[in-house]
Design a protein. Sequence first.
Length: 295
Amino acid sequence: MDTTSLHTRPWSRRLRGALDAPAHWEILDIPAGPLADAVESLPLGPYRDALRGVWLGHPLHPALVQLPLGCWMSAGLLDFTPGGRRSADVLVAAGLLTAGPAALAGWVDWARLDPPRRRTGLVHATANITGVLLYAGSLLARSRGRRVRGRVLGLAGLAAVSAGAALGGHLSYRQAAGPDRAAAVPRLAPADWVGLGPVENFPVGEPTRRMAGELAVVVVRDGERCHVLAERCAHLSGPLSEGTVADGCLRCPWHGSEFRLRDGEVVQGPATAPQPVFETRVLSGHLEVRLPGAG
């Protein structure tokens, strides 16, 4: 009986190595920089944060990609089903129409990633663009009555977008490009009130880092009131204590996410999840904090 676990088998290690590899291809930084600048310069206004999924509380791109992928996988099945020819053609076209919004949301997210994740994202996008071009060729061939060619191009397109999906999953979960980095705060925060020091030690309007037990927090003093948030940004763990305060918001120094001080809500992305906020009290001139509902 083979007792070797699935993830330690040679083919599994090679597959994971292949998925990890693009993050180390520094040559991709050459096109990635100008591309990111171009995406950032798009006049999207408030729609930029809508595409990021700020209103949803998590990235929108993974949800949007289900539309073209679902259409194209269904078309692949119908291509080999009696009487499914016309429906397959419609689904190929529908996949092409829905690929645009999904791609735009993905590019908006990608532009604010750090270099290793950008590299993986660029290869992911290249695979998907290849798939879109193959499906466009498939639709053209179908419209001209070249059914066999249309099917072959469709299958090639499905292979390309499947490879892109594998890289996208790797980027999201292995490289953690999309998760809420502050999700673990409730499990790491002290169970009861913990002191952070005399209130007078916190400069007014300046973010200050302190430790609440083993958890880093950032304190922003506003007159006699203090706002306390988890110190690591929910987007990519940027140090909020090195950020700036303006108009009642704390801005991350890494990618520009802005969080409202009073409740941690996202005012501007790329962060999509609110920043955890602590309850505060002052006893004998000393600031104490705890998570809401603790104790």
